[in-house]
Design a protein around this ligand. Structure first.
Ligand code: SF4
Length: 470
């Protein structure tokens, strides 16, 4: 087996897991194929958070089935949350799948793939690694050298939000030793990363299993989480790191010590994406979120006090069972109060093994669609108002990737996560000063400044007029 192809659905944790799968496969001498039809091993890394993502998976697997009719058919593996959730049922329905691989079993992929290529029967391999959790280290590969890299600090979730399938697909919460986290960040930064994004389902509930942060924790009087101490340690021990982000924090674990870390550490980006899901207390209670609207707003207030220009993003669910017009109005009012500069919002969709299935008051789809449209209208208005304040300002932009048009132009992000379109001719990983000239719907454009504060010469000059790429 020489070539692999990985198709990733879902969240950043899945992107991270796919990168680690690629790392592991490369250590066996395999390399990445350009398309599924060129691959000896195809991995579909799945998401089951919403019904729509699962439907997409079924259609993807239906397409891949035809490749199994080739004279040298590829090994087909289904990984991620759907693999864990459906297990044997997936094989029963799709017997052409060779491997069903749970999120905690990535390290076994090469051996399982080899066995399948040699004719082993289909296998379901999805047990959690509860007793000795594994956090796969960065490999030698593509993950090194990227301007921005994910580092998992915990996995699983001990919350029980009533709409969420993650605790059953990712298992109970397990945390990675702080020394290991810092060592991996150090390796990534030495390899060229400028930005690290710490990952965990409730990332700010991190507790160091080695106890190495315990003294700091005791000293700072933090009872619930070692996360602020971890942030300080990363800042101390990897001074070359330029930007540090984290996702997704849970409002329950926001406290003064985390706000203080934002106040004290310049490396922490001035944007926090903190899921709230609803602005209505009765809905939050039915969601079993274990925080109130007021507590959420208090966290926002503390963070704005720590960094006045902090911006916020969030996740919202509309049409949760029993959500009234008034509940929805509360969500819109919370959006206005926080002035979110980025919202991921979805219609509620019932998920297996979740407590919300027992709730009355499922809403008609037209009501959900209407609310979602109104929510997006407001979210666009809030973002436009925020972007308007940026036109004419200078922002430092990390050059991250090729732009979507394939014309050599690039794109990057500001410290606060705004997407900025950049001209060709810049190096990936540079952090460049950009005077913002135009705001589109979801992105910005400007001119790169020279060291004297004027426009840089040559290819650094951006066109003044361009169609909306956002
Ligand atoms: S905190 Fe809630 S929404 Fe987030 S992963 Fe855990 S159960 Fe799901």
């Amino acid at each position: 087996m020489l070539r692999f192809y990985i198709h990733t659905f879902g969240c950043q944790m899945n992107v991270h897991d796919s990168q680690r799968m690629g790392d592991i496969l490369r250590t066996t001498g395999m390399h990445e194929a350009d398309s599924p039809s060129d691959a000896d091993l195809i991995v579909v890394n799945t998401c089951s958070v919403r019904e729509k993502a699962e439907a997409k998976l079924d259609s993807e697997l239906g397409q891949l089935k035809r490749l199994k009719k080739h004279s040298r058919p590829p090994v087909l593996a289904v990984a991620g949350c759907v693999a864990r959730q459906r297990g044997q049922a997936l094989l029963d329905r799709m017997p052409y799948v060779d491997i069903v691989l749970g999120p905690d079993r990535i390290q076994d992929l090469p051996a399982l793939a080899r066995a399948a290529a040699d004719g082993a029967p289909p296998v379901v391999h999805t047990a959690f690694d509860i007793d000795s959790p594994t956090f796969l280290r960065i490999g030698t590969s593509s993950s090194l050298g990227a301007p921005s890299a994910f580092v998992a600090i915990s996995k699983g979730c001990d919350e029980r939000c009533s709409f969420c399938i993650v605790p059953s697909t990712r298992g109970p919460e397990r945390h990675r030793p702080a020394d290991e986290i810092v060592a991996e960040i150090d390796a990534l930064v030495s390899g060229g990363a400028k930005e690290i994004v710490l990952l965990g389902q409730t990332v700010n509930g991190y507790r160091d299993p080695s106890g190495a942060l315990a003294d700091r924790r005791a000293g700072r009087g933090i009872a619930s989480s070692d996360f602020p101490a971890l942030l300080r340690r990363i800042a101390d021990q990897v001074p070359a790191l330029k930007r540090l982000r984290y996702t997704s924090p849970h409002p329950r674990y926001f406290d003064r010590s985390l706000a203080d870390a934002h106040r004290d550490l310049d490396v922490l980006c001035r944007h926090v994406h903190m899921p709230v899901q609803s602005g209505s207390d009765p809905v939050l209670r039915r969601m079993l979120r274990r925080h109130s609207r007021q507590e959420y707003l208090e966290s926002v207030r503390m963070l704005r006090e720590a960094r006045a220009d902090m911006t916020f993003g969030t996740d919202l669910i509309v049409g949760f069972p029993g959500e009234t017009d008034d509940d929805f109005a509360q969500t819109l009012s919370l959006m206005r109060e926080v002035r979110f500069a980025g919202v991921f919002a979805f219609k509620y969709s019932p998920r297996p093994d979740t407590a919300a299935l027992k709730l009355d008051g499922e809403l008609p789809d037209e009501v959900k669609s209407d609310r979602l449209a109104r929510l997006f209208e407001l979210s666009d208005d809030l973002l436009a108002a925020h972007f308007a304040t940026l036109v004419g300002t200078v922002q430092h932009v990390l050059v991250e990737e090729q732009g979507p048009r394939g014309d050599g132009r690039l794109s990057g992000r500001t410290e606060r996560n705004e997407i900025v379109h950049l001209p060709a001719g810049l190096a990936l990983g540079d952090i460049v000063p950009v005077r913002i000239q135009r705001a589109f719907r979801h992105s910005l454009e400007g001119v790169v400044l020279g060291s004297d504060g004027g426009h840089a010469a040559g290819p650094r000059r951006l066109p003044i007029v361009a169609p909306d790429p956002g």
